[in-house]
Design a protein around this ligand. Structure first.
Ligand code: PLP
Length: 399
């Protein structure tokens, strides 16, 4: 009898399953809008010039790879703090923020979740309905009971703000609330500054623990604009968590570059928190890898490379925006009469298209256009070559 005889087959990741189906499709006109990555106008994953330039400089003076400190490269952690909290943030100046390098945004979330489990083992976690698939799994696997707060309002094509606030209002003190800082995945709908202010107020009044997931800083309105919610939490004097991912904003998916920052009330508290975060890291993977974080630290702290990155990031952001506008225009031209302005109100890589599961399945089987059954499509996978075909197919299944 094998040790593994009773091991059950785990369910397939639905998005990976979609990719496999896409790869097996022989339709030459097939388009994959199920992905969660940014493709350029040529349908290619970009290698940013700022990254190539930083790598060239690093290769010109190659260095041995010793172990990094448990919390990662100090210059990287510092650069993350500057980006997330602002170069002149009082919290950073006062050394009240504990930041550690992490394995992508997922790694940042996981370090935070494990630390929170030790701190508040009985706390509940609230995630948005719907949310990025891995939020529920990650916090559940960290040992938490995970529930949702209302978010997507299908009828209004927007956010169910009243429902969200009511759920937060009813949550027990200490409840951990996972919030998408910008470019909500999967819906694309973000709260306005006024709505964020209401969320901050409830979090403060109810003694909730905010965990901001910032996986798309710079993909919505701009670097500072997308980080504005962090300023609102800082201004409210709250202690809170922020996970950072550079997977999208640097197109460095495979390098696993991210971070976790915890805002504390004093430098002394931040030191104690940092010491605990380091234990979580040490007992999981000891210390993080060097390459990706070195690239990001170099780009963020070298003025010429930083300017190049900001320009390239703006290029990605604007291309996504153009694709949103072009999709709406093409759908109109293809005879869709319903109001589609919501597509251009959404932010970031994704759009909840409003199509139902049956329509998404028809898109796949009849037209070779692959999106998620929830109606989510990746706008960043649209380009001048596939746009007309995608719009025509969408128009056909909407009609
Ligand atoms: N959080 C959200 C909302 C995401 O959409 C993603 C990636 O798709 C992540 C976190 C994870 O980012 P990373 O790939 O850097 O782990």
């Amino acid at each position: 009898m094998s040790l593994f005889a009773a091991v059950e087959m785990a369910p397939r990741d639905p998005i990976l399953g979609l990719n496999e189906q896409f790869n097996a499709d022989t339709n030459p006109a097939k388009v994959n809008l199920g992905v969660g990555v940014y493709y350029d106008e040529n349908g290619k994953l970009p290698l940013l010039r700022c990254v190539a330039e930083a790598e060239a400089q690093m290769q010109a003076a190659p260095k041995a790879r010793g172990y990094l400190p448990i919390d990662g490269i100090a210059a990287y952690d510092q650069a993350v703090q500057g980006l997330v909290f602002g170069a002149d943030s009082a919290a950073v100046r006062e050394a009240r923020v504990a930041t550690v390098q992490a394995l992508g945004g997922t790694g940042g979330l996981k370090i935070g979740a494990d630390f929170l489990k030790r701190l508040s083992p009985d706390a509940q976690v609230l995630i948005s309905d719907p949310s990025w698939e891995n939020h529920r799994a990650l916090f559940t696997n960290a040992g938490f009971k995970v529930s949702t707060y209302p978010y997507y309002d299908a009828e209004q094509r927007g956010i169910h703000v009243a429902g969200m606030l009511a759920t937060l209002q009813a949550a027990a003190p200490g409840t951990i609330v996972v919030l998408h800082a910008c470019c909500h995945n999967p819906t694309g709908y973000d709260l306005s500054a006024e709505q964020w202010a209401q969320v901050v107020e409830v979090v403060k009044a109810r003694g909730l623990v905010a965990f901001l997931d910032m996986a798309y800083q710079g993909f919505g309105e701009g670097i500072a604009e997308d980080g504005a919610v962090v300023q609102q939490f800082l201004a409210a004097g709250l202690d809170f968590f922020v996970s950072t991912s550079f997977s999208k904003s640097f197109s460095l998916y495979g390098e696993r570059v991210g971070a976790l920052s915890v805002v504390c009330v004093s430098p002394e508290e931040a030191k104690r928190v940092l010491s605990q975060l380091k234990i979580v890291i040490r007992t999981n993977y000891s210390n993080p890898p060097t390459h990706g974080a070195q690239v990001v630290a170099m780009v963020l702290s070298t003025p010429a490379l930083r300017a190049m990155w900001e320009e390239e990031l703006a290029g990605m952001r604007l291309r996504i925006r153009e694709m949103r506008q072009a999709l709406v225009a093409e759908l109109k031209a293809a005879g869709v009469s319903q109001d589609l302005s919501f597509v251009t109100r959404q932010k970031g890589m994704f759009s909840y298209s409003g199509l139902n599961a049956a329509q998404m399945q028809r898109l796949r089987s009849e037209f070779g256009i692959y999106g998620v059954d929830s109606g989510r499509i990746c706008v960043a996978a649209l380009n001048g070559k596939n746009l007309k075909a995608v719009a025509a197919a969408m128009a056909a299944v909407i009609a």
